[in-house]
Design a protein around this ligand. Structure first.
Ligand code: 8YV
Length: 323
């Protein structure tokens, strides 16, 4: 029997690549260079399945093919706003993602960022490595207490709930939530959380605001200048969701003029480019999109893609089909 042909667009954890190669006629991207839109277009003419990541911008141009060979885009990652879902649907291409398996690690990283920015860990590291530490003093790099404060969570899906678990049970934080649909009362009760109706209700009440909503056009620049103005001048913004959710120019202004206490970003509007204005802000911690970057999560994400592919080619409904 002819095995389905599968293109893996980036290097994946070795164990997953090996398993995929046993089940499928696999093409690896040994150079690990992101595909161009032209290369992507060629790929969907040739392969039965393409396994993309967030670095593959699969817009109308990349999907502009008369008769694609590709029947499934099995995305490695939970977010899939880099894929033009409506366009893919017109070709009848199925799309799957990898939820659940990265929720804990992404929430761990959001906690890391929250603690780093509040406790000025980035400033401290930079000072030490530059050889500028002059020793202990009561006024040195004084930060902000996290324990017992109020955390506003925007987007109360799996990752948002893991964040609430860590913040509430680990740090005694009060949790307030904004979510586009009502959250079941039992879910809120687990964290003693309160849901508010609008982001405008949430921002002035929060000492920390952590974003866990999807990206894409619907949420683009959700955190804009007007909303940053609603945050307290000693409050912190944490973004592990998608870069486009925050208006970076407005954020840089808020940081430069100290209208908020600080921010911590794992995701950016034009990755891997970083807005040069942001790089000038000392009250900002930045990481290079590391949310799910643990051995455990990255391997589990790969095996989750494999499960989705196996189901699809066995004629069953893949558990993570999103379109
Ligand atoms: C992934 C992520 O590593 O899963 C997501 O949506 O943001 C990351 O943690 C990345 O998107 C891989 O495609």
């Amino acid at each position: 029997m002819v095995r389905p042909s599968v293109l893996i667009t980036r290097r994946w954890p070795e164990a997953v690549e090996q398993q995929l190669a046993q089940n499928y006629d696999v093409m690896l991207n040994r150079s690990d260079r992101p595909l161009t839109p032209d290369e992507f277009r060629d790929a969907i003419k040739r392969y039965d399945a393409v396994l993309p990541t967030v670095t593959d911008k699969i817009g109308p141009e990349a999907l502009d093919v008369a008769k694609p060979q590709t029947k499934i885009l099995a995305n490695y990652g939970v977010g899939y706003t880099h894929i033009d879902v409506e366009r893919a649907k017109t070709h009848g291409i199925a799309i799957t993602n990898t939820p659940d398996v990265l929720s804990e690690c992404t929430a761990d990283l959001a906690m890391t960022l929250m603690l780093m920015v509040a406790r000025r860990a980035g400033d401290g590291e930079r000072e030490l490595r530059a050889g500028n530490w002059s020793g202990w003093r009561p006024t040195h790099l004084v930060g902000t207490k996290v324990s017992g404060k109020t955390l506003g969570i925007v987007g109360f899906g799996r990752i948002g709930q893991e964040m609430a678990r860590r913040a509430h049970f680990g740090f005694g934080m009060r949790i307030i939530v904004f979510n586009r649909s009502p959250v079941p009362s039992g879910t809120l009760a687990q964290f003693n959380a309160v849901q508010v109706d609008t982001i405008e209700d949430l921002l002035p009440q929060a000492d920390f605001v952590s974003l866990h909503c999807p990206g894409g056009a619907a949420n683009a620049k959700m955190i804009n200048a007007a909303r940053l103005d609603l945050m307290n001048d000693d409050a912190f913004l944490i973004n592990t969701a998608r870069g486009e959710v925050v208006d970076e120019a407005a954020l840089a202004q808020a940081l430069m003029f100290d209208t908020i206490g600080g921010a911590a970003l794992d995701v950016f509007e034009r990755e891997p480019a970083v807005n040069p204005m942001l790089a000038q802000c000392d009250n900002l911690v930045m990481l290079p999109h590391l949310g799910s970057a643990t051995r455990e999560a990255r391997q589990a994400m790969g095996f989750r893609v494999l499960d989705n592919l196996n189901d699809f080619f066995d004629g069953k409904a893949p558990r993570d089909r999103v379109a």
